[in-house]
Ligand binder design. Structure first.
Ligand SMILES: N[C@@H](CCC(=O)N[C@@H](CS)C(=O)NCC(=O)O)C(=O)O
Length: 212
C-alpha cells in the first residue's frame, strides 16, 4: 500500500485530495514539521526524506517519491481511467506540468510560503503584495474555464485549491479575484475534496489540543 507523510493543511493536502479522488488506498503518517518527527512512532522524519518536507509518498517497493509535481502525477497515473491527469504524451499533459510547476514555484514557494515563514514583517508584506501578479494569471485562465487543464478536474486543481484555501490565513484576501473564489468553492464542493479537508481539519484540531 502507498504511504503518505503529511502535515495538516500543508501542501501534502493536495496529495491526499489526489489519493481520495483516485480512490487509491494509502496509509497516512502525520509529521511534526517543526520537530521533524513522525508522530506515529516519534521517528526522525529526515530518515524518511532528507528534504525534511512533506509530501513524501512511499511506494509499494519502499522507494520514496518527493515533490508535489511528481507525486501528484504518480497518483493520477495509478487511475488513468479517471482522467486526473491527461495521459503521458498527450498535448494537455504538458499543460498539466506547466500548471503544476507554476503553482509550485510561483504561488506556493515564491509567495505563499514566505508569508508563513519569514520573520520580517516587511518581507511578508512584500510577498503578499507580489502574489497578486501570479494569482492574476490563474484568475485570468479560470475566468471562463472551469478547470486549469482541459474540461475536467485534474490533480493540478487540487493543488491550486490547497494554495487558495490558505491565502486568507496568509493574510491574502481573494476578493480581487472572484474567478479564484468561485473556482475554490467549486473544487471544495467535490465530495472527495470536502472529505479530505474535513480529515485534515480534525487532525489539525487534535494537534492544537495536544500542544495547548
Ligand atoms: N518543493 C517541494 C516543497 C514542499 C514544501 O515546501 N513542503 C512544506 C509544507 S507546505 C514543508 O514541509 N516545509 C517544511 C520545511 O521546509 O521545513 C514540493 O513541491 O513538494
Amino acid at each position: 500500500m502507498l504511504q503518505l507523510y503529511f502535515h495538516p493543511f500543508a501542501c501534502s493536502l493536495a496529495a491526499r485530495i489526489a489519493l481520495m479522488e483516485a480512490d487509491v488506498a494509502a496509509r497516512y503518517h502525520l509529521v511534526h514539521l517543526w520537530k521533524k518527527t513522525v508522530v506515529d512512532d516519534g521517528g526522525d522524519f529526515r530518515s524518511v526524506s532528507t528534504k525534511g518536507a512533506v509530501p513524501v509518498l512511499v511506494l509499494e517497493d519502499g522507494a520514496t517519491l518527493t515533490e508535489n509535481a511528481a507525486i501528484l502525477q504518480y497518483i493520477a497515473d495509478r487511475r488513468p481511467d479517471l482522467g486526473l491527469a491527461p495521459r503521458p504524451g498527450e498535448p494537455l499533459r504538458y499543460r498539466l506540468q506547466e500548471w503544476l510547476s507554476f503553482i509550485g514555484c510561483e504561488i506556493h514557494k515564491a509567495f505563499l510560503f514566505p508569508t508563513f515563514w519569514y520573520a520580517d514583517d516587511a518581507a511578508k508584506a512584500a510577498a503578499r503584495q507580489r502574489i497578486g501578479s501570479t494569482l492574476a494569471v490563474a484568475s485570468a485562465h479560470l475566468d471562463g474555464n472551469p478547470y486549469l487543464v482541459g474540461d475536467r478536474f485534474t490533480v493540478a486543481d487540487g493543488y491550486l485549491a490547497w494554495a487558495l484555501l490558505l491565502m486568507p490565513r496568509a493574510g491574502i484576501d481573494l476578493a480581487p479575484w472572484p474567478a479564484l473564489s468561485a473556482f475554490l468553492a467549486r473544487i471544495q464542493a467535490r465530495p472527495q475534496v470536502a472529505a479530505a479537508i474535513a480529515i485534515e481539519r480534525q487532525v489539525f484540531k487534535a494537534m492544537a489540543r495536544e500542544s495547548a
